[in-house]
Design a protein around this ligand. Structure first.
Ligand code: F6R
Length: 609
């Protein structure tokens, strides 16, 4: 989604802004722009395509200034173009905006009647003109900003500058994340901490409906009605290096390879003999989960798939009925909430608009408590949930979620064990066996990665294919869904995941010699059923790619390509069998020549609905 960077300093800020935009590229965008104040003039440069185009334009044309704002745009209102790119200017003001102004058409007509003219198709240009309009009758820009923001409906993260006041940078947030970075004699604003890591690790998180006024040595925060707010400063544990590609060709590849370490980090300090320490879930005590009678999980995309796996584990290990729903569906229906229900959100970014809206809705419903499983400390979900279980994946830059997913799975397993123990639903022996298995997970993940070359060779056979099916049964069904999502989003090969038992209820009609069918078939309680499904596919001539375990008896024939993966505890299979599917998707994408880390039309953090 769109990215914002703003800076006010006693040095030229244009390189800081451009570097910040580069660090936001992973979020997905289609154009970029920068505006600095120089000699009381607004100097604005915009380009379509990648940030490197903007960097070249700035190098050629120059855009110096001690104060400036910059933006990467992901088109919502109006096509990707230089005219629609941000910043948008009205008179002495320049504005960058993340989010959507829903009543922009109505406001635009009113402003046109008052004589304003518009160049772009964007809602943002309407907002900057609205602020400009109110400035004509207000005591100062802060007043005009507040009045305008109280008139708009929708969501915004904003940074605003005024060429008549080069000593002040304004920012505001409602429904779209925004953080303030604190420097020494300089201050910054951005939509994501990663953008500012080269210049600071100290941040203030703006809450909903807050405005910040930044000078080089002061930050004042107010609510939209003008009440001053005291804010605390949070030190980030990320460093600028956390977003380097190292020796890898793509971030996604690096992040796949980081999984043994990120799984280890997710366990670090959390296992204490046969106990999971209570600090694993921030905010809980030894009785928190004792009365829980139902669990509702809500998430989007890959995080939703993690939730689907979590349902199998939670029901098995806690005996508590668990429901999983896509956030964009949950938020618009009337859910029946059982007494003593726990509401769980899962999100890598902690800023996904639909997931956040579902949490806000849940808080008005009769859930007992809310818990989020999240990778980003300080994110909106974390701040608004009662409890947090942090996945310790580290910064994930590739748009396709990899290490965030496997650490979400591990976190869900730890949570199921914690809840199961508090409810006496799990025996000491079972608990012990699972934790013993969990301790081996990072080493096993490393072993699974060693199949990379074999999988790369298989990926060549997908070249030129248009469609694929991914099959799995039981807890491996959501892994088939995730394998299909990974393949389609980065290689653009159409892929569908199915519960193998559903095959004969429709999808089997698709199968012919041209259709590769990927089967996730580890040795587990359902393997015999799955082998029957494999036979059904084989009988229809499809080429089979079976990801199985070494001892599993899968017929070897020219039609079948079996990847024999290491034997591993059944409870870990969903986590470990994800890895070869990620590698398959990655290599197919590389072979197809797609933009692996920033696939077309996708954004890393989906902050609009
Ligand atoms: C797919 C992917 C997306 C995200 C989804 C939710 O690889 O990354 O499907 O999982 O947009 O994002 P978060 O987890 O940040 O809420």
């Amino acid at each position: 989604m769109c990215g914002i960077v703003g800076a006010i300093a006693q040095r030229n800020v244009s390189q800081i802004l451009l570097e910040g935009l580069s660090r936001l590229e992973y979020r997905g965008y289609d154009s970029a722009g920068i505006c600095c104040i120089n000699n009381q003039e607004l100097r604005c440069i915009k380009t379509t395509g990648k940030v490197k185009n903007l960097k070249e334009a700035v190098k050629e044309q120059g855009c110096p200034g001690f104060i400036g704002i910059a933006h990467t745009r992901w088109a919502t209102h109006g096509v990707p173009s230089e005219t629609n790119a941000h910043p948008h200017i009205c008179g002495n003001l320049a504005l960058v905006h993340n989010g959507i102004i829903e009543n922009f058409a109505e406001l635009k007509s009113q402003l046109i009647e008052k004589g304003y003219e518009f160049k772009s198709q964007t809602d943002t240009e309407v907002l900057v003109c609205l602020i400009h309009y109110h400035l004509q009758t207000s005591a100062n820009l802060l007043e005009a900003f507040k009045i305008a923001l109280n008139e708009v409906k929708g969501s915004f993260g904003l940074a605003l500058i005024d060429k008549n006041d080069p000593n002040t940078l304004y920012a505001a947030r409602s429904g779209s994340p925004l953080i303030i970075g604190l420097g020494i004699g300089e201050n910054f604003v951005a939509s994501d901490t990663l953008a500012l890591l080269p210049v600071t690790r100290r941040f203030i998180y703006l809450e909903e409906n807050e405005i910040a006024v930044l000078t080089t040595d002061k930050i004042d925060v107010y609510t939209l009605d003008g009440t001053p707010v005291e804010k605390s400063v949070v030190e980030s544990d990320l460093d600028a290096e956390s977003i380097s590609k190292g020796n890898f060709r793509h971030y996604m590849q690096k992040e796949i390879y980081e999984q043994p370490q990120s799984l280890q980090n997710t366990l670090l300090g959390r296992l204490n003999g046969d106990d999971i320490s209570l600090e694993t879930v921030v905010g809980i005590d030894k009785d928190t989960f004792k009365d829980i009678k139902a669990i509702q999980i809500v998430a989007c995309g890959t995080s939703y798939h993690a939730g689907l796996v979590g349902k199998y584990w939670l029901e098995e290990l806690t005996g508590i009925a668990t429901n999983v729903e896509i956030a964009s569906e949950y938020r618009y229906r009337k859910a029946v909430v059982q007494d003593n229900s726990l509401f769980i959100t899962i999100s890598q970014s902690g800023e996904t608009a639909d997931t956040l809206a579902s949490l806000r809705l849940a808080k008005q419903q009769k859930y007992k408590k809310s818990l989020c499983i999240c990778n980003v400390n300080g994110s909106s979900l974390v701040r608004e949930s009662d409890y947090t279980l942090f996945t310790k994946a580290g910064a994930e830059i590739g748009v396709a979620s990899t290490k965030a997913f496997t650490t979400q799975l591990l976190s869900l397993l730890l949570l199921a064990l914690l809840i199961g123990r508090q409810n006496n639903a799990i025996s000491d022996t079972q608990n012990h066996e699972i934790l013993e298995a969990v301790r081996k997970l990072p080493a096993l993940a490393q072993e699974f990665l060693s199949y990379d070359k074999e999988i790369e060779d298989i990926a060549c056979q997908f070249s030129g294919k248009r469609h694929t099916l991914f099959l799995g049964r039981g807890v491996m069904f959501p892994i088939a869904l995730e394998g299909a999502l990974k393949l389609k989003e980065i290689s653009y090969i159409h892929a569908e995941g199915y519960a193998a038992g559903e095959l004969k209820h429709g999808p089997i009609a698709l199968i012919d010699k041209e259709m590769p069918v990927v089967v996730v078939a580890p040795d587990n309680a359902l393997i015999d059923k799955l082998i029957s499904n494999i036979e059904e596919v084989r009988a229809r001539g499809a080429r089979l790619y079976v990801f199985s375990t070494q001892d599993t008896l899968i017929k070897d024939d020219p039609q079948t390509c079996k990847v024999s993966l290491p034997m591993c505890p059944e409870i870990l299979q969903p986590i470990l069998f994800t890895i070869p599917l990620q590698l398959l998707a990655y290599h197919c994408a590389v072979i197809n020549g797609t933009d692996v880390d920033q696939p077309r039309n996708l954004a890393k953090s989906v902050t609009v609905e």
